[in-house]
Design a binder for this molecule. Sequence first.
Ligand code: SF4
Length: 365
Amino acid sequence: MNFELDEIFIEEDSRASALARRVIEALSPRVPIRFVADARAATLADRNAADPFGKGKRRMVIMRRRGAFLMGCPAASARYACCGYLVLALASNCPMDCSYCFLQDYLADNPGFQVYSNYADAFAELGRLAAGSPERQFRVGTGEFADSLAFDSITGVAREFVEFFAAHRNLTLELKTKTDEIDGLLSIEPRGATMVSWTVSPERVYRTSERRTAPPSARLRAARCVLEAGYRVAFHLDPIIAYPGAEDDYPRLAEEILDTVAPEKISFVSMGSLRMTPALRTAARRRFPDDPMLLGEDILCPDGRYRAFTPLRLRLYRQIADRFSRAGAPVQTYLCMEPASVHRRIFAAEAPTPADARERLCCAG
Ligand code: SF4
């Protein structure tokens, strides 16, 4: 394991779970473990800490999830050209620490690193989804509120989901990560039903802003490995940051991706520019005052988020999209959290409906 924890709380109800047993076996006595009747208090922010969010990340909380595991993407909105993504919440928060991460705002009140011991209950929810609309395809990701693989060498959860999805022909699992923790995946047969996607940034962004993540070159090597093991692969260039030098760095990153994975083997590439609610921008700048990536000029957009000026964003999107369009084979490229008007200007076509986008992204690559 590459990540450090200060302490682990385990809810009494979860003590006998397979997940708790695996964590205890791997981390005790290196990390202090406390058993509590109700772990919800352990997820809350310690307001007396110098960095309540950073402290919360280092406190793992193993507990039952009280609500549903499956939900629509929290970013989905009629304002945007959406991709129809569904989210499976198996954990909440992340041991890495990117200065732009939206979780700094989203989880400000409950930053404890929750991992849900009753994750197997999600199989019933997924089964109902698959059986309810057998003619439709669904892409379901575990990397929205947490990194999909950051602790997988210990929790071993990904394997069970890869096997479940392999048995359901209208479900596609997306494991999204900034790690190179892929060893647990290599001995499983995904049967084309799991894609592993990497969020990738130029080296410069990695160095200034992505603490404890794997270097971009290691992420690309890991993508090549899982591809050879039978997984589909995809990439998220998100957030794209409009810093001086970005117009050289992002096309070069696209080049590096294409040097590593042949275009016909890439399921899709998503692009999204750095976007921050005022609260996120305040939290991020407070935690990382010296990060130059947080200091660019931006404007408040109609959705209440700050973004780089539209001409700058469009130029970066075009350069990247253009590089993928000249790859020698079509690479599906889409925009995240941008309005249909931006989609039209980049791709000279109408944005697909969320349902169409979902079908396309499930079937590509
Ligand atoms: S890897 Fe993703 S979830 Fe983790 S801190 Fe970075 S942006 Fe947030």
